[in-house]
Design a binder for this molecule. Structure first.
Ligand code: TXA
Ligand code: MG
Length: 334
């Protein structure tokens, strides 16, 4: 199959609609990461997404709709704090999990009685969703466990020849995935940290919890279980205090004829003279924006990627650290 990469024009949106109506998957730009979308009402289209990604069948998908879509048709009631949260953050990088009305394919939520809904802000995503005017199930447009895509080229690397169309809205500003928020209980609870922080949500809803699976319990957001966001080169992970060990490992790899590379926050670059270092930046937003770009770059030209965990906290850093640790195969401490 030929994979077309088209700019987000009305013509591209019309073409996307014909593919979606034919049960195909179409990749599209959002402000977080690129999505791989299909008609959420169609069992076969939704199953096609799982097959394309090699995604475990117990990891549910987010349904995407345009800003004027009536989501009350998809959900079965909502708590009082939901509407103020939508007004504050949508369209934007917040996914809200509601009781499901069962109006989309049962494969979307993998047997859960809830439905995750997202209204992306990017104009490319809005144009596509408006043209289709249907709920679109869309995971990130990467092969399962690989680094999420933040350019059309990244999507092409994973799905070139396997999908008909990528809507190219340029590089994603956000750079990590949306915050997933459980809105089925008394207070909202973060299931996956993202660009919208717990503090921002609590400021609107009055309170906001953070979900942590208890030992032996099936996690509420099953995707958080797996090793994820992983580059395809060897990796090693260090804390800031282990800098000298990291540098020693770098030189050892170099002596062995390899091409090592260090991923770290900007403030550390001065201490890494003579080493090849990838600069994550200074702020939470910068680090979110650069993380996947640099992980994808490292896997193409490094034999060993050495990550030194950023020390910055607050804002989007919970989400950034979570992705950073999991990219290096670490456990989720965030
Ligand atoms: O920013 C994003 O959210 C991107 C763009 C494309 O919109 N999408 C994305 O989708 O990251 P995906 O499939 O890579 O991650 C979806 C996450 C998973 O952790 C999944 O377990 C969780 O959302 N999820 C989906 N439906 C859920 C539900 N009903 N209850 C709990 N968690 C759910
Ligand atoms: Mg994903």
């Amino acid at each position: 199959m030929n994979t077309e990469i088209l700019l987000p024009t009305e013509q591209a949106f019309r073409l996307a609609k014909t593919y979606i109506e034919a049960g195909e998957a179409v990749a599209f730009h959002t402000e977080t990461v690129y999505g791989l979308g299909a008609d959420a009402r169609s069992d076969s289209a939704v199953r096609h997404i799982f097959e394309l990604k090699g995604r475990p069948s117990d990891n549910p998908l987010i349904v995407h709709v345009h800003r004027d879509y009536d989501i009350s048709t998809l959900i079965d009631g909502e708590p009082a704090y939901a509407a103020p949260l939508r007004r504050a953050f949508l369209p934007g990088p917040l996914t809200m999990v509601y009781p499901s009305a069962g109006k989309v394919s049962r494969f979307v939520s993998c047997g859960l009685d809830t439905l995750a809904i997202r209204v992306p802000a990017s104009s490319a995503a809005q144009g596509f969703l408006r043209a289709v005017n249907a709920p679109i199930a869309a995971p990130s447009a990467n092969l399962s466990k690989h680094v999420s895509p933040v350019t059309a080229k990244h999507v092409y690397e994973d799905f070139g020849g396997k999908i008909p169309l990528i809507i190219d809205g340029g590089a994603c500003d956000g750079g990590i995935e949306s915050t997933v928020l459980d809105c089925t209980g008394e207070i909202p609870v973060i299931l996956r940290a993202g660009l919208i922080s717990r503090e921002q949500i609590a400021a609107v809803a009055g309170d906001c919890g953070v979900y942590r699976a208890k030992a032996g319990e099936k996690p509420k957001s099953p995707g958080m279980m797996y090793k994820h966001y992983a580059p395809r080169c060897r990796t090693a992970y260090f804390h800031r205090e282990e800098l000298q060990t990291a540098i020693a490992l770098y030189h050892e790899e170099e002596r062995a004829g390899g091409a090592p590379c260090i991923l770290c926050e900007h403030a550390l670059l001065g201490a890494l003279q003579g080493c090849r270092a990838l600069d994550l930046g200074d702020t939470d937003r910068e680090m979110a924006q650069r993380l996947y770009v640099l992980l994808r770059r490292a896997e193409t030209d490094a034999t060993l990627l050495i990550g030194i965990a950023p020390t910055l906290r607050g804002g989007a850093m919970t989400g950034v650290l979570n992705r950073f640790q999991r990219a290096f195969g670490g456990t989720d401490e965030a």
